[in-house]
Design a protein around this ligand. Structure first.
Ligand SMILES: Cc1cc2nc3c(=O)[nH]c(=O)nc-3n(C[C@H](O)[C@H](O)[C@H](O)COP(=O)(O)OP(=O)(O)OC[C@H]3O[C@@H](n4cnc5c(N)ncnc54)[C@H](O)[C@@H]3O)c2cc1C
Length: 368
């Protein structure tokens, strides 16, 4: 008899198992249908010895000291600079847009005041941007929008930015100084020994049993438990009774090259060339020193049978379907829906950790 059946060994499931077992002495069965722990943050060494992120690059960043310290019990941190470039018109551009990008664009040196004044002229005046096209043209105007955002977003989502929430493109900073970091968060660090090692330490507790290659439905038949924590796709839990929720999927193509570095940054975006959206070389941020490197090309693809659901679609029509599932989920007795797919939210790792810690506080009071 387990106190909790936890479906999914990603951040949501692992944080809850760790807290419930270590703080309250609860017995937790964690199942995952994949053959590894870590969820989408899983990393592993390939044949060349390069540490890779199997499901796309995972840049840990947060403004929350509490979340960083919580995870810090299970890992040391390596400072990391998440640098991104954009390749278009036959050259690299600094990205996200900053003063250096502006200078590249106008072909001479400049300063923050001139950049701010110029963007003010270029921007399209929109007081309350309602979608991802409006949010960018309202900040930088149409030309930069078309150069860096429009086609990248269309490739990634197979929708025009005008059909996506403002938050999709709006989350990318635009700066008038020389700060060229991808994100602005206070802490930007990688787990020193990788994500999987961190997850192993979180789940290493006598009160936690992990069963891999086990689907929720099998687990339900195998074990008795008092409360279910579900971190998989919410529509799947309810047998898609309101129709399937839309997701985006990805295909990853890895290539090892016999030289130390392949490209000048961890991520190069290809907004206007190729079918892939970006090439990743995570060795830039994992701290490995090796004479070879492995790059990964990332191809967006439609979600369907045999494909993984990676991104919930941040758009009004998708959210309207999710609302119906949310109502069903709220009515389920003794079930918690936690994490990115269970709540259909475009959440980063630290946000999912925060969500799981909040759910732990609720469960602590609920169960004897
Ligand atoms: C390509 C990509 C890049 C990303 N980059 C970043 C980044 O740079 N920084 C950042 O902070 N975040 C990033 N994220 C987001 C990050 O992956 C998530 O926030 C985080 O992994 C969510 O954790 P989770 O536990 O909610 O879900 P997941 O990690 O998806 O874990 C859920 C687990 O549940 C399992 N599962 C589902 N259904 C069942 C079932 N029926 N039975 C058994 N098991 C089941 C799945 O196999 C999975 O392992 C990225 C995501 C993607 C897809």
């Amino acid at each position: 008899m387990f106190d909790y059946l936890i479906v999914g060994a990603g951040f949501a499931g692992a944080v809850l198992a760790e807290r419930l077992a270590s703080q309250l002495g609860r017995r937790c069965l964690v199942v995952d249908r994949r053959d590894h722990i870590g969820g989408n943050a899983y990393d592993f060494h390939d044949r060349a010895g390069v540490l890779l992120h199997r499901y796309g690059p995972h840049y840990f960043r947060t403004n929350s000291e509490r979340i960083r310290d919580y995870l810090g019990q299970f890992t040391a941190w390596t400072p990391a600079a998440y640098k991104v470039l954009s390749w278009t018109d036959g050259r690299y551009w600094q990205f996200p847009i900053n003063l250096n990008t502006f200078e590249q664009f106008i072909g001479r040196s400049s300063n923050g005041e001139e950049m701010a004044a110029t963007l003010e002229k270029w921007r399209v005046p929109i007081d309350e941007p309602r979608n991802s096209e409006e949010v960018i043209v309202a900040r930088v105007g149409r030309e930069l929008y078309e150069k860096f955002f429009r086609n990248y977003t269309r490739k990634q989502w197979r929708r025009d930015p005008s059909e996506l929430d403002a938050s999709v493109c709006g989350r990318i900073p635009i700066r008038t100084d020389r700060d060229d970091r991808y994100v602005s968060d206070r802490f930007q660090e990688m787990p020193r020994d990788g994500y999987t090692a961190m997850f192993e330490r979180m789940l290493e507790h006598p009160g936690i049993e992990v069963r891999l290659k086990t689907d929720y439905r099998e687990a339900r038949a195998q074990a008795a438990y008092r409360h279910l924590i579900y971190t998989g796709p919410v529509d799947e839990y309810f047998d898609a009774c309101y129709g399937p929720l839309p997701y985006r999927s990805l295909r990853f193509e890895a290539e090892t090259v016999e030289r130390e570095w392949f490209q000048p940054a961890v991520q190069v975006n290809y907004p206007n060339d190729h079918e892939y959206t970006r090439i990743l070389e995570v060795k830039h941020i994992t701290g490995q020193t090796l004479p070879v490197t492995t790059i990964v090309r990332e191809y967006p693809q439609d979600y369907g049978p045999g494909r993984e659901a990676y991104y919930p679609l941040p758009a009004p029509d998708a959210r309207a379907i999710y609302k119906k599932y949310e109502t069903l989920a709220a009515a389920e007795k003794n079930v918690s829906f936690v994490g990115r797919m269970a709540t259909y939210r475009y959440y980063n790792m630290d946000q999912v950790v925060g969500m799981a810690l909040a759910e732990f506080e609720r469960l602590k009071d609920d169960m004897p």
